[in-house]
Every structure is written in C-alpha cells, then in structure tokens.
Design a protein around this ligand. Structure first.
Ligand code: SF4
Length: 330
C-alpha cells in the first residue's frame, strides 16, 4: 500500500482491487466490521448514493452522523463537508475517499484574506454559508445554509450591519429578499455560475410546461427565470410535491439521480451550461468513486482532521444557527 505521504500527494489510496469483487457487498461488510456510517451528498455519482446510509445536504448529513454511535464516518462529498462532520463529531474518525475533493466556492475565500476583510468592517456581524472551510467558520458569528439564510438574516435587528460570505450569488439573493444592505465577499461556485440563460430559454421553449428549479448559488439572471429557488433538499421536495411532470434543474447534475428515483414517471432535464462540453458536473464531487470509497473504508485513510482550537471556535456559529432555527421553528 502507498505510504501516508503518497496518499496525501495523490489524495487517495491507490491500491489494486480484484475486479471480481462485488464492491457493494464488500463495502457493506466493512461497514459492519468497522461500525462505520456512509454519508453521500446529492451531487455524488449514483452508485455512491445507492450504497450510502444517508443522502442529503452537507450540514444535514453531518447532523445525522453525529446522532449515530458509529466510530467512523465516511463522507462521500468534498473536504469542507468532511470538516463539518468532524466539527460536529470530534470523537469519530472522519474519512474522505479523495482528499483532493475540494470546492471552488470554499477556495474562493482564503481565511487569511477574509480575516483582513473582516477587520475593515469591525462593527459588522459575520454570517457565512456552510460551504466554507472550518477555518472560515471559526472566523464567523453565525453559519447558515441555503435553506435558512433568509430567515437567519431576518432574525437579526434591522440596523445590524452584516458581512455575508463566501458566496456572492447567495448573498445577493438574500439581500434582495430581505431588503438588507449586506457586505458581500466576492466568492462563487464554478458549477452554479455556468448556466446559460439563452440555452435554458431554448429548452423551456421545447418543454413549455417544465418548471425551472434553481439553487440560490446561481447568478441572478437564472434566479429571475426560476419557478422555484431553494436548497438541494428543497428542490427535491418541490419536484416530488409539485403536480408538474417536467422540470429543468439548475444545480449540480448529480441530484437528478435521486429526483428520478423518487419520481420515476416525471422527467428531469439538467439546465444547460454556458460551455461547450454541455456538462454541469462538479469536478470536485466527482473525484470520489466507488473504488476510492471502498479503499478508504478498508484502509481507514485518507482521514480528515481539524485542529482542536478550530473545532472549538467553528462549532459556535453552527450552534448559533441551530438556536435561531429552533427559535424560529425552522
Ligand atoms: S458544486 Fe460548487 S459549492 Fe458544491 S462542492 Fe462543487 S464547487 Fe463546491
């Protein structure tokens, strides 16, 4: 097997796998043996979603895992999500199938630059979207998700000055909805920024009854066209509960797997992006594969750790969000 150094360099355990092995069976065996729980984000490939114990949004998954008595959490998602799981379950071992599964949005907000930015607005409260690094959470007053961001901002006094980061599109959407003047960090997600208004319009012409569902990380021009704006969980519920039979989905295409499973008679079309490869997959999310997941559980590597002093500070804004959510009955 690779040394720890080699694993860190490549991002994953690179080991021969007997091609006759049924990985679904092997992963189930290892899960029992090691008392592990597998979490899969909606943007993971279908096979990974099918083997997972829980599928969902990043924070919801970490909360589910914290409630279990598992010794090991395998987070099939990206690095900041595994960090969030570690913050909420500091005594569990957290594994990520590929350490290099990063996030363009989290990377767009380096903590040392954000600290300086924050210092320029000393009387502002800092709200950060959960899609950011543990270090950024540790610099925040309140964390929010895409489903509660509006309510979190509205729960604060009207004259409270606020910095919102790292996603400028979600921040602009929240500012528009709440009428607040938020100071925005200029970060964005590469997947949600590439949807093409022209191509979506053409797709809508071909499917006039299709509803457009969009994630608030999308740009305003796309949100303005949308019939529904919400988190991945919100989008999934809307598609299930709405009587329409066709939907155009403006978020990462991995969610279509679950949408189609839950609604086999409905039709889902990924919103076309502004690029030539016609693909809106998140390259970071898609670094994880069933093979890497198997090897990571077998070898209990790569592991995601967060320094104790960061955990202590990063858990506070998450707890603050949960308190506000509980007060508001969200
Ligand atoms: S879809 Fe965007 S926000 Fe989500 S992990 Fe990929 S780059 Fe990050």
């Amino acid at each position: 097997m690779d040394t720890l150094e080699e694993i860190n360099l490549k991002g994953f355990v690179d080991e021969y796998i007997d091609p006759t092995l049924d990985l679904f069976v092997e992963i189930e065996k290892l899960k029992k043996e090691k008392n592990a729980v597998i979490l899969a984000h909606y943007y993971q490939e279908g096979d990974i979603q099918d083997i997972a114990d829980y599928i969902g949004d990043s924070l919801g998954l970490s909360q589910q895992a914290a409630k279990t008595d598992a010794d090991i959490i395998v987070f099939a998602g990206v690095h900041f999500m595994a960090e969030t799981a570690k913050i909420l379950s500091p005594n569990k071992k957290v594994l990520l199938p590929d350490l290099k599964a990063g996030c363009s949005l989290a990377d767009s907000c380096p903590p040392h630059l954000f600290r300086k930015f924050k210092e320029s607005y000393p009387d502002h409260l800092v709200i950060t979207y959960v899609n950011c690094t543990a270090e950024l959470k540790a610099l925040s007053d309140i964390v929010c998700t895409s489903s509660n961001a509006i309510q979190i901002v509205e729960s604060l006094p009207k004259d409270q000055k606020i910095i919102f980061g790292p996603d400028k599109n979600l921040g602009a959407y929240v500012a528009k909805k709440t009428g607040r003047d938020l100071v925005l960090w200029n970060g964005a997600c590469m997947v949600h920024e590439i949807f093409s208004r022209e191509k979506i319009t053409k797709l809508k012409e071909r499917h006039p009854n299709a509803k457009l569902l969009a994630h608030p990380e999308c740009e305003d021009v796309i949100l303005q066209m949308a019939d529904y704006i919400g988190s991945t969980t919100g989008i999934l519920k809307y598609a299930t509960n709405n009587p329409a039979t066709e939907f155009i989905v403006a978020t990462e295409a991995g969610i279509l797997h679950q949408m189609q499973k839950d609604n086999p008679t409905k039709k889902f079309f990924p919103a076309p992006p502004n690029n030539t490869c016609a693909c809106n997959d998140c390259p970071h999310m898609k670094r994880n594969t069933l093979e890497k997941l198997y090897l990571c559980l077998k070898n209990e590597m790569p592991e995601v750790t967060v320094p104790e002093h960061i955990i202590v500070r990063a858990v506070k804004p998450i707890e603050r969000m949960l308190e506000i959510s509980a007060q508001l009955g969200l």
